[in-house]
Design a protein around this ligand. Structure first.
Ligand code: ADP
Length: 252
């Protein structure tokens, strides 16, 4: 049996295919029309798995902010899907931290993996991937540069809590000649601080599975670990957690 999960996010559409024993994944930028991005992602995952486009008996489960525009067999909330995907990737985690393109969330899990509670920030861009994307534009750098800050770089604290004011602060710092790497480190610290505050509000003490596109940044992961005193674990497939969870739930 095959089950496809498609996570239609603000920045990227992630697709996962579960064949009963393993997972394969693919990603496509969401672009302007989430429905078309999801169709392209589902077609791409079938091609990658060697499944005919019109093969029968495949369940497609949609999640993410664009899930309602896509004609899937099932639609499941991001919270349930991220919890199920994180459980698959990091079975020992008791909490999930998801930092995606336009929101961030902390999900507390019961010992059996069911969702116990969650806190979500979807009102403010600060503390999300969009914050880093906007800042990268002002700094003339890429998201990959945020992942390669040289060890020993002095961190330039960013004081503004709001994305718009932080942009002005960054422009001002560049004008003063502050090194880009130091500003990047300060911006990551600011995102880490917001995540740590959400984690502390949620409470608990176990390991945390870090999901979403921002989980690819190991310095961000380490900063959150330092601020919370808890083990924060990323997985090579962390950005696909929602799609993986959708595929697993769809298979049930
Ligand atoms: P969404 O579901 O909203 O589309 P994702 O979980 O797919 O969000 O994550 C997208 C975000 O991941 C982007 O906004 C970007 O900031 C961040 N991102 C992508 N690649 C990297 C990277 N290499 N390092 C850090 N962050 C990244």
């Amino acid at each position: 049996m095959h089950s496809i999960g498609v996570d239609i996010g603000s920045a990227a559409t992630k697709c996962a295919l579960w064949d009963g024993s393993g997972i394969i994944c693919c990603l496509t930028p969401t672009g302007w029309t989430p429905k078309e991005s999801a169709e392209a992602a589902v077609a791409a995952i079938k091609e990658k798995a060697g499944i005919a486009p019109d093969a029968p008996g495949i369940t497609v489960t949609a999640t993410g902010y664009g899930r309602n525009v896509f004609p899937a067999d099932k639609r499941i909330t991001e919270i349930s899907c991220h919890a199920a995907g994180a459980r698959y990737l990091v079975p020992e985690a008791g909490m999930v931290l998801d930092i995606g393109g336009q929101d961030s969330k902390v999900i507390s899990l019961h010992p059996d993996g069911r969702v116990a509670d969650f806190i979500m920030n979807d009102k403010c861009a600060a503390g999300t991937g969009r914050f880093l994307q906007n800042m990268a534009v002002h700094l003339g750098c890429t998201l990959s540069d945020f992942c390669h800050i040289p060890e020993g770089t002095e961190m330039q604290p960013i004081n503004s809590m709001c994305t718009v004011f932080a942009e002005s602060e960054v422009v001002g710092l560049l004008a003063k000649g502050v090194a880009k790497e130091s500003i990047c480190a300060g911006l990551l610290d600011s995102v880490a601080q917001k995540a740590a505050t959400m984690i502390s509000r949620a409470g608990g003490s176990g390991d945390i599975c870090f999901t979403g596109g921002c989980a690819q940044n190991d310095m961000l992961r380490a900063l959150i670990e330092e601020k919370t005193g808890r083990r924060v674990v990323s997985h090579a497939l962390s950005q696909y957690a929602g799609a993986i969870g959708a595929a697993l739930i769809g298979a049930k």
